[in-house]
Design a binder for this molecule. Sequence first.
Ligand code: NAP
Length: 265
Amino acid sequence: MTVKEYVKARKEEIKAYVSNLELKPHFVVIQVNEDAGSNAYVKGKLKDSDELGIKADLIKLPLDTSEEELLSLIDKLNNDSSIDGFIVQMPLPKQINEEKVKLAVSPLKDVDGFHPLSPLNPCTPQGIINYLHSENIEMCGANALVIGRSNIVGKPMAKLLLKENCNVTIVHSKTKFEDMARYIANADIIVIAIGRQAFLDNKYTYKDSAVIIDVGISRDETGLHGDALPNLPVKLQTPVPGGVGLLTRLALMENLIKIYNKNHQ
Ligand code: NAP
């Protein structure tokens, strides 16, 4: 199944589930930026909620909002029992400390799964694992290579692959070319999240049975591009657009439903 087909099918299931709930899940997005990428992401999250029958509100704050003001709004939402979960769209203006904000969101309402005490996982890695399962990709004992080591993608991705019993290697910008080439040639599953257009191309060799999950997004005048050149000689490669972005959005909705169920059990 392509990512699009998988996401469509899962959304139908969630929609049917939500339609049977008397009290609809309530999701809130806080946005404190005018970033074009964020506007598109927020629009997508609100559209998904609407499509699934989830009540969703956007609280858009001015760019000069202080850290205290944002933390006080977060505190209010943490204590509002009519709200199941919420997210603070990143990036934030420079007067606001992003780490402080991530820690201020109650782990019980943290739909993004960013809080270290959150029982949920960050959406991008979780969405990828769910898709790999849906495609019956053998993870136990597989050589998984994670390219990129950020706190929101690379590191949690490596942790989840390890939990699936993969042999996990993480590489980054300081990895030497010959090592990178060796790790890539040996990988059964490659997750790349670096934001460098077509970093994975034909200069590397791949196992023809390999799976490439392309997280990267670069924008230029011709549109969106992934970290991997399309149509590499592997078994499965997720496209950009129409790949991990959709999986991330789906995982966000799934996280919200998990929180709802916990609150209403
Ligand atoms: P980030 O915080 O900027 O981290 C980038 C990582 O890539 C760093 O670990 C960096 O290594 C590594 N890197 C950079 N250049 C490299 C190179 N030439 N070779 C090897 N490693 C290199 O980025 P992020 O937040 O993880 O996001 C990564 C990409 O995924 C971005 O394009 C972002 O837009 C995209 N993304 C997409 C989704 C989605 O839903 N589709 C979600 C999140 C992110 P060092 O640590 O050594 O600097």
